[in-house]
Design a protein around this ligand. Structure first.
Ligand code: UFG
Length: 348
């Protein structure tokens, strides 16, 4: 019987929300995993204590090689998730975003090509897409590219770097354009440094732990005046990452493919607030605020290719997504309170 094609993997950005969930999911499937994280934005305590972690910046040419050395120089797949991801911050610090996300991808791809890794999967973003898409309600992989933010531009260039490496070196690669990753899976809760994402902020506003939520723009050309986004459950995101690795492992040398990873359903900021209020059973205090620089009115995926070629059929139950996010967050807050009670060290 042929051995399973994914036995050893490297995950960059392993201390992030997606990275830590992917690491846990792979380990549950008995994949040997080495994580990489600079811990500038990621959390070491998001990983189980026995996960090997290379502390390093992926823009450094040796970082992936150091991780590969821990698995005898060979991995079946590298998942490149390490990135700066905040649209608003990227408008303030464009050069920093280009460096981290483009140079980082270049270094990871070069290390993979050098070590003849069979599959490289990049976490790209819907932010590469143009805001003007005519009358298309959902966007497939042929949609017009035209990032509105330096963050989106950095991911567009990262995709180009990946495609060029595949063409030149034979590295098989996939770029997954994530829409709004939400919910929770494998018990890993969403947290970012600092937290800027809508669902965790809405939950914390309802609990009175942060100031009232600011709704960024109520004059967008959408049905209720707030932005439409495609919130996709973490379970489906992880399924897409794993399926993408299998796709690349099975693909011929030099293959490169882009997939949109969403739920296929557009949800407004007001609808998210409604879901948080239903699930938590308490109001979300909010203030109607000006538009946030870099935002666009609507971003909703067409997931036809994801379904047809990767076999991933995303769910689109917003209340379930909010419930799973809240449950994971409660469990994590409880775990941290316990650790603090025992006077162990923990991030604030
Ligand atoms: N929003 C608010 N108030 C907040 C935070 C967010 O109104 O305090 C709004 C935003 O304006 C946006 C929506 O909620 O309309 C979602 O915002 P997030 O910050 O949660 O996520 P983004 O849409 O900005 O970005 C995310 C990922 C990107 C990805 C993008 C694709 O972080 O990597 O989704 O849709 F590109």
């Amino acid at each position: 019987m042929a051995p399973p094609p994914l036995q050893t993997a490297i995950v960059t950005g392993a201390g992030g929300f997606v990275g830590s969930t992917l690491v846990r999911s792979l380990r549950e499937a008995h994949v040997r995993v080495v994580g990489i994280d600079s811990l500038e934005r990621g959390f070491a305590d998001s990983l189980d204590g026995d996960v090997p972690l290379v502390h390093g910046d992926v823009t450094h040419p040796d970082t992936v090689a150091r991780a590969l050395a821990q698995v005898g120089g060979r991995a079946d797949a590298v998942f490149h998730l390490a990135a700066l991801i905040q649209v608003g911050e990227s408008v303030q610090q464009p050069a920093r975003y280009l460096h981290a996300n483009v140079v980082g991808t270049e270094a990871v791809a070069a290390a993979c090509a050098q070590a003849r890794v069979p599959a490289l999967v990049l976490a790209s973003s819907a932010a590469v897409l143009a805001s003007d898409q005519g009358d298309r309600a959902t966007l497939d992989e042929t949609a017009r590219i035209g990032p509105e933010s330096p963050y989106g531009e950095s991911k567009r260039r990262a995709e180009q770097v990946l495609a060029a490496h595949s063409a030149q070196t034979g590295l098989a690669s996939v770029a997954l354009r994530f829409f709004n990753v939400s919910g929770a899976h494998c018990g890993c809760a969403e947290r970012h440094k600092p937290e800027t994402h809508l669902i965790p902020l809405a939950i914390r506003s309802a609990l009175g732990e942060v100031p009232p939520l600011r709704v960024f723009g109520t004059d967008w050309p959408t049905p209720d005046g707030t932005c439409l986004r495609d919130y996709v459950h973490m379970r489906d995101v992880v399924a897409s990452l794993r399926a993408a690795a299998f796709w690349a492992i099975a693909a011929s040398a030099g293959s490169h493919r882009v997939f949109h990873v969403g739920s296929g359903v557009g949800t407004s900021v007001r609808q998210v607030i409604g879901a948080v209020e239903r699930v938590l059973g308490r109001p979300v205090p909010y203030i109607e605020s000006p538009r946030r620089p870099g935002d666009i009115a609507a971003l909703v995926a067409d997931v036809g290719r994801l379904r047809a070629e990767l076999g991933v059929h995303p769910a689109c139950d917003l209340d379930q997504m909010v419930r799973d996010a809240w449950m994971a967050w409660l469990a994590q807050a409880g775990a941290h309170a316990t650790v603090r009670g025992n006077r162990s060290s923990i991030d604030p």
